[in-house]
Design a protein around this ligand. Structure first.
Ligand SMILES: Nc1ncnc2c1ncn2[C@@H]1O[C@H](COP(=O)(O)OP(=O)(O)OP(=O)(O)O)[C@@H](O)[C@H]1O
Ligand SMILES: O=C(O)[C@H](O)CO
Length: 526
């Protein structure tokens, strides 16, 4: 099939053959970084808000639904990215805004200012009050005060009012409202113990919802009978509305047995404060007796919209890849599991892509499929991706950009400095270095928030030369890995040139992975 016809049929974007031929000859490393930047740019708080709110005079269109603005607008928000979202919302609908309160991380205004991100800060005459709290991502007295102000604002609304709720990752810690008689300290102890025992965000937030006055639909309940529109920037795999920031605007059925099962799983059931037993043994703490009917009524007044997600970031990255002359294929936005398994998957996929044989060895495909459940990727997605890689070998297409996202995990055994993205990049670099047939692949892993673990880097870029490069500089990769010291490793290697350092981005839709695979002579089957 002619190249132009093939592309026309296979990809929704129209790209002329001329633009493909004149594609940038920049290195794969540079292109990988540009693809990552495009992913982050596509989910900037101001951009996602502007994309989701359409203003026509006194009409506000959200997700195809129209709302009338009559100086009846209120705004609340909580999460790491909501300051930038609030700033943009105020630019768009500020003339109708009565007042607002946002709960944002401690020190964020100063940090954004220092990073030159003035666009994400509110004007001096803003009607929105910014409240900082939750130091180190833990609910604290400051965040509790913010949550109380948000609750007060929502509780005073009438049926004429419209409440815009801005939600992003980190929202759970920034909106603590322990159900009485639990104290903040008691609630914090439980969540800290669960997190330390390795509970997933799904488990953690299921418990948080049950112990809170605002989570699990509590905020929407407070705002009833006002109309509620929640704009959500998702940082959870699969974008589950009821779990992102513990779903304050999403009705969730309270199932005590589900909560007890989680507490049992982490052996916490017998060491709980008595106040927690009391909360869990009551009906839904904040809903009283007519739970069901009231919740249904409230739900009619709530519109929840995911305005930014890993999927959207990957789509933006994919468009950038096309511009750069790469053929994109999105594997999945839900990659999770241990970084060792995830690294193995990328190693196998690069081997698969450059397999010198006419037919790819079936055992390679089988091994890739076997890894699927461990890394959260469906067989269907793996098969689709492998098909694209095979087609490309047969068609003799140019370089490929395999994209994925999600949030793998690291089992911390050492005391070094690093993050899951740098550790993943390091492990994939080892995989690529150990290949007998070098694929020439370049791999990038980066946190879209610009910060990987407690380091200044977002991630790193590696390839099959990593091992040789490290050895020539006297750096023992395995030693750094054992100590979870990936940041120190990449800082010392070739003056830190492999580090990905975009600075604080002001957004967060988990991580983005990009593996760029060059065309290789072995791939020519014509
Ligand atoms: N030395 C290290 N090496 C590898 N990973 C680390 C290291 N230290 C922390 N981590 C990992 O970093 C993660 C915590 O980093 P971070 O504070 O960026 O959290 P996060 O889950 O990315 O937060 P957010 O929800 O804001 O994105 C955890 O997954 C932890 O295992
Ligand atoms: O705030 C939270 O609960 C997490 O960031 C997941 O959204």
């Amino acid at each position: 099939m002619a190249l132009s016809r093939f592309f026309h049929l296979q990809h929704p974007l129209r790209v002329s053959l001329a633009s493909l031929c004149s594609r940038s000859m920049s290195s794969l490393d540079t292109r990988a970084r540009a693809v990552f930047s495009a992913a982050v740019e596509g989910v900037q708080p101001d951009i996602v808000v502007r994309r989701s709110l359409e203003r026509h005079g006194d009409k506000l269109l959200v997700n195809g639904q129209s709302f009338t603005l009559t100086n009846n607008l209120y705004l609340v928000g909580f999460g790491k990215a909501v300051l930038g979202m609030a700033a943009e919302a105020e630019r768009l609908v500020g003339d109708n805004l009565i007042k607002g309160v946002v709960s944002v991380p401690h020190g964020i205004q100063k940090t954004l200012h220092n990073h030159g991100k003035e666009k994400m800060l509110l004007e001096n005459n803003s009607r929105i009050t910014v409240m900082e709290g939750a130091k180190n991502n833990l609910p604290d007295a400051d965040a509790q005060k913010s949550a109380e102000c948000i609750r007060e604002l929502a509780s005073g609304l009438t049926e004429k009012d419209l409440l815009l709720v801005l939600i992003s990752g980190g929202g759970s810690a920034l909106l603590p409202a322990p159900a009485p008689p639990m104290s903040l300290q008691e609630k914090q102890d439980v969540t800290r113990k669960l997190a330390a025992a390795g509970a997933t965000i799904q488990e953690l937030n299921t418990v948080r919802r049950a112990l809170s006055l605002l989570k699990g639909g509590g905020l929407a309940q407070c705002a009833n009978p006002a109309q509620v529109v929640a704009l959500i920037l998702s940082d959870v795999i699969g974008d589950p509305l009821d779990l992102i920031a513990s779903g304050p605007t999403v009705r969730s059925d309270f199932k005590p047995e589900e909560v007890w099962a989680i507490l049992d799983r982490y052996k916490l059931s017998y060491s709980l404060p008595s106040s927690m037993n009391e909360v869990l043994s009551k009906a839904r703490p904040h809903y009283g007796l007519q739970v069901q009917e009231q919740q249904e009524e409230v739900q009619d007044h709530v519109l929840n919209v995911v305005i930014g997600s890993n999927t959207i970031a990957l789509e933006c990255a994919s468009r950038k890849a096309v511009e750069l002359g790469l053929r994109p294929v999105i594997l999945s936005p839900g990659v999770c599991g241990d970084v060792c398994s995830v690294a193995r998957l990328y190693g196998l996929l690069s081997r698969f892509a450059c397999s010198p044989e006419k037919e790819t060895p079936p055992e390679l495909a089988a091994e890739i499929l076997q890894l699927g459940p461990e890394v959260g990727v469906e067989s269907w997605d793996l098969c689709r991706t492998m098909n694209v890689l095979v087609e490309e070998r047969k068609e003799g297409w140019g370089a490929t950009c395999l994209l994925a996202g999600g949030e793998p995990t690291v089992q911390l055994t050492g005391k070094g400095r690093g993050g899951r993205n740098q550790e993943l990049a390091l492990r994939v670099g080892l995989e690529l270095s150990s290949d007998e047939v070098k694929s020439g692949a370049v791999f990038l892993s980066g946190g879209t928030d610009g910060q990987d673990g407690p380091t200044e880097a977002a991630g790193a870029v590696t390839d099959g030369e990593l091992m040789k490069e490290a050895m020539s500089q006297g750096l023992d990769i395995y030693g750094f890995l054992t100590n979870n010291d990936s940041f120190t490793f990449f800082s010392q290697l070739t003056e830190g040139r492999r580090l990905l350092m975009p600075g604080l981005t002001g957004t967060n839709v988990m991580d983005v992975h990009a593996m760029l695979l060059p065309p290789s002579p072995q791939r020519d089957f014509q």
